[in-house]
Design a binder for this molecule. Structure first.
Ligand SMILES: [Zn+2]
Length: 400
């Protein structure tokens, strides 16, 4: 390899595991300061606490929060992330960090009047985005975005062609809400003056079936969670080209249940791992999600192998974001998006490298995106960590 590039310096990194950089398929960097929200019980009650906190805090601190979220992701070895937020602050944060990113601007409601201002905002964000950052949209979830707005977004000449993300089939409370049957999520939305959206279908239809009937599923859509799936849903998702972001830490913390990974695998659905946000206990750490994935599915007797977990954390995520031609594995022709991890105590380099890569006591030391160092000896190279943490600390004091 080095003979093909005699002009480049050779660096000995010592005893480390060199792996593709981690890909976070679903996170919210703007919510990095939202940890500590009461967990429920249940999704609807958790969301109520989250929304009420948002009403109190307003929109302050989102830039500082996005910077802190991206810093945490870089420290955890993430080289590509898919971020969604109400202001799109992840665009500037990811651009400054040099991390590869898809940043999707969230939209809520029912009225098609929201499309034009959203398109303006997306164009502005795209004009600010660095060469590694793509800008898309995130109709937040079927319970918060109705079929009329969803259809208008898809029909827009620009918004219909940018990356799309959303949340799908996360909880039983969501099923009740979009079926018009009340429940804690409906109450949470009514409490902030935004009733849940309805997706008509026959009684008992799943969220995926309702969205399919409403024409809301599309090729390349990254759907987070997909926990509450009917037996036919994986095949529907596969047929429509929907990609799934598995967020096991969030799902476990909020008591939402277990995403049927084996059924999605059997149907051929592309799956990656997402960290969601500290609001639901995620920590922008894809390796932590992989370990949670092992525990969650291991409890049913079918834990994914360490190799499969690493694949979910790297190539699976790259495929979910449609970036697998450039990233997700180490091979000629792909970009040098890499991470170097020092194996934990007693692990060494002799055992299963996949297992060693994911262990909690193995340490992410270095990372690179397109050969550019983002992390060196655990320190961010492209970001001023002290300044970001100080500004986030000030924003946190305002929120509290
Ligand atoms: Zn989310």
């Amino acid at each position: 390899m080095s003979s093909a590039h005699p002009d480049l310096p050779v660096e000995d990194l010592g005893d480390v595991l060199l792996a593709p950089g981690f890909v976070d398929v679903h996170c919210h960097t703007e919510w990095s300061l939202s940890g500590g929200i009461a967990p429920g019980p249940g999704f609807g009650r958790w969301l109520r606490a989250f929304l009420e906190g948002m009403v109190v805090s307003g929109w302050s601190g989102h830039e500082a929060a996005a910077d802190l979220g991206v810093l945490a992701a870089v420290r955890a070895g993430t080289t590509t992330l898919c971020d969604q937020g109400p202001l799109g602050c992840g665009v500037d944060a990811a651009t400054a960090a040099g991390v590869r990113a898809v940043v999707c601007l969230e939209v809520f409601g029912e009225s098609a009047d929201r499309v034009a201002p959203l398109a303006e905002r997306v164009a502005l964000l795209a004009s600010r985005a660095g060469p590694r950052v793509a800008v898309g949209i995130s109709p937040h979830a079927p319970y918060s975005v109705g079929p009329v707005l969803w259809e208008a977004l898809a029909a827009h000449e620009v918004l219909g062609r940018v990356p799309w993300t959303t949340h799908v089939a996360e909880s039983v409370d969501e099923e009740l809400a979009i079926a018009g049957e009340g429940g804690p999520l409906t109450e949470a939305m009514l409490a902030v003056g935004a009733g849940p959206r309805r997706w008509p279908a026959t009684r008992g239809a799943s969220v995926v079936a309702r969205m399919a009937a409403g024409g809301a599923l599309r090729d390349g859509l990254v759907a987070a969670h997909c926990v509450r799936l009917a037996p036919d849903d994986p095949a529907v998702l596969a047929a429509m080209g929907v990609r799934v972001a598995h967020c096991p830490v969030s799902n476990s913390r909020l008591g939402c249940g277990r995403m049927p990974l084996e059924a999605l695998d059997a149907a051929g659905v592309i799956v990656g791992l997402g960290t969601d946000s500290p609001g639901s206990a995620g920590a922008y750490d894809v390796r932590a999600e992989a370990r949670a994935c092992e525990v969650l599915h291991g409890a049913t007797g079918s834990p994914p192998s360490p190799a499969r977990l690493v694949e979910l954390a790297t190539l699976g995520g790259a495929r979910a974001l449609g970036l697998d031609a450039r990233i997700g594995s180490i091979e000629p022709g792909k970009s040098a998006d890499l991470v170097a991890v020092r194996p934990g105590h007693g692990t060494g380099l002799a055992g299963d490298p996949h297992e060693a890569l994911l262990r909690a006591d193995s340490r992410v030391l270095h990372s690179w995106v397109a050969g550019e160092a983002l992390l060196r000896d655990g320190e961010a190279c492209t970001l001023d960590a002290g300044r970001i943490e100080a500004l986030a600390g000030e924003a946190r004091r305002v929120l509290c």
